[in-house]
Ligand binder design. Structure first.
Ligand SMILES: *Cc1c(COP(=O)(O)O)cnc(C)c1O
Length: 229
């Protein structure tokens, strides 16, 4: 039995039902399969089974996988991006979900200008103002968008958030709703929110992209078991 194919089918069904509850269409929600720590063979199977986009959170790990798999589907960067890795990131990724500070936006602009191709990005919002997380405070999003709009080679398509850890998915709803309200206020089309534990609630609140790892690929090794970059 192909566990990945089965997992993917289940996730797709759950997306469809959540979209229906939200009065939207499953086709309007992009499923980004977060493949960090997952080996290329399993990723290949997920793509063969119809996964439409891949997400990675480390530039180097993505580089190695893309060298093997190429680009059967778009690759998205969902993790923190260091300024000194922007050049590589622009080469590898079709969308950056984690524009979380202005100096990063400026470096993206500079590097994208050199390449002659604008970068597509989402502005990351720290919805609960957690000290441990990156992203703009909700109050600072307007200013961040204004500053980004002035950058010719940065195209902000929407907002992304990783809400505080909660015990039940339902508890994340207010954070998703807050992001959706911000997106609406600023006329942004895309909302990247929701992971394995809570993507249905995120879709009910208007997510247009969900970032799902475990529910597709199975559990990841504990962080301390990971190889260093
Ligand atoms: C790992 C990761 C995900 C996927 O998490 P799961 O709980 O495995 O679905 C989504 N978004 C980001 C930013 C991640 O780092």
């Amino acid at each position: 039995m192909d566990d990945i194919r089965t997992n993917l089918e289940r996730v797709r069904e759950r997306i469809a039902r959540a979209a229906e509850r939200a009065g939207s269409r499953a086709e309007d929600v992009l499923l980004v399969g977060v493949s960090k720590t997952v080996d290329v063979e399993r990723i290949r199977r997920a793509v063969a089974a119809g996964l439409p986009a891949l997400g990675e959170n480390r530039v180097q790990e993505a580089r190695e996988k893309i060298a093997v798999l190429a680009r059967p589907v778009p690759w998205h960067l969902v993790g923190h991006l260091q300024t000194n890795k922007v050049r590589d990131a622009l080469e590898l990724f079709d969308l950056i979900h984690s524009l979380d500070r202005l100096d990063l936006a400026r470096e993206c602009d500079r590097r994208a200008r050199t390449r002659g191709r604008p970068v597509e990005a989402l502005v990351q919002v720290n919805v609960a103002g957690e000290a441990s997380k990156g992203g703009f405070d909700p109050d600072a999003v307007g200013e961040a968008l204004e500053a980004s709009a002035a950058l010719e080679y940065v195209r902000v398509r929407g907002l992304m958030t990783i809400p505080p850890a909660v015990e039940r998915a339902e508890q994340a709803r207010p954070w998703f709703r807050a992001l959706a309200q911000l997106g609406k206020r600023h006329g942004l089309a895309e909302l990247s929110m929701g992971m394995s534990a809570d993507f249905e609630v995120a879709i009910e609140e208007g997510a247009t992209m969900v970032r799902v790892g475990t529910a597709i690929f199975g559990p990841r090794p504990a962080p301390q078991a990971r190889q260093s970059p």
